[in-house]
Design a protein around this ligand. Sequence first.
Ligand code: ZN
Length: 136
Amino acid sequence: MLKKIDHVGVAVKSVQAVKEMYKTLFGLDPVFEETVAEQKVHVVGFRIGESNIEFLEPTAPDSPIAKYLEKRGEGLHHIALAVNDIAAVLGNMKQQGLQLIDETPRVGAEGKKIAFVHPKSLNGMLVELSEDKDEG
Ligand code: ZN
């Protein structure tokens, strides 16, 4: 059911600064960059082996990432787990009494189906479930 760590999400003040640093340090360019309007974030993703690191910059003061930065500063925000069937995993979690932030999947970066699970239900870790659009 769990395929791999799809990506880790890091909250930052400036994705531009990250892009410059990763270019200088590692000669690495992002594999994608986009604004996810619904979540009020601008995202850049770097490919590292089988997984990505995504850096999230808020695009509005009421963005969840803006609130995170205000409270805790830059840092690790969430871990995304790739699954084959996100609806089935969510259904199972609901049945087990886990607290879901998204009861049904929505569309995230790269057109993937995603859903967040509350950190209270998974050892203090904000988990994003992610299913590639060509699956399911
Ligand atoms: Zn993510």
